[in-house]
Design a protein around this ligand. Sequence first.
Ligand SMILES: [Fe+2]
Length: 256
Amino acid sequence: MARPSSKKKIKKIPIKNIDVQPKVDKQYNLQREFFYHTGIYFKDLDNSKELNQHLFKHIKQWKKRDEKGITRSNSLGWHSAVDMHHRKEYHGLTKELFKMQQEIYINESYHPNTEPILDNMWANVNYKYSHNKNHVHPGAQWSGVYYIKAPENCGHIWFTDPCGQRHMDLPVMDPDKPKPIHYWREVHYAPIEGRIIMFPGWLVHEVAPNMSDLTGEKGWRVSVSFNFAQRWKKDEYIEPKGGHNGRGKITISDLK
Ligand SMILES: [Fe+2]
């Protein structure tokens, strides 16, 4: 049985608290706890201006070579092949994605003997009126998007409440008070150049039509999407104390 390779102290990454909740009046002696949260992470890259120029140049060349692209959730826009993570010219971004996944692993207390694997990655170019229909990313533990070009009004990404049962009996809310965050049915993120957003692959999301008035490529919305899975590091599996799990995936060549 393999042992943990490192006993490094786990450093918690400070996350800005955006969970603004109404104050509960102490006179009623009410206490409230929240469960079943859905985390969405985002991070702005320091070197994004230079990186984005490089990425845009290569994506344009790729698009020229394969103008048809492929069709997934995209409507009208261009969607590249999904092997972007194997292409050397994009490794600058790919490394940043891995770095952020590793930070999330620490922050979410994932087992230190596991590691993220990048399953697939692709580029998106949304022209005027292009959008992405609502969808999830099957098989992905974490999915995400990185923005290369995001002119004004080029389309928000939004995530819908994964707890459909809550919609059965929505209360009538006080119109003079801000709606508490746990009653929101959708959450919108405006695309920001140089920003990575990562979210659970099962979380339903879509992208609004690109309504930028800029002409030509100035009005394009250009982004990169990707899917991560989790696996045990090689020879680092540790049998859990209270039970068993599948110990990861194998192929027939693993049977010796
Ligand atoms: Fe997506």
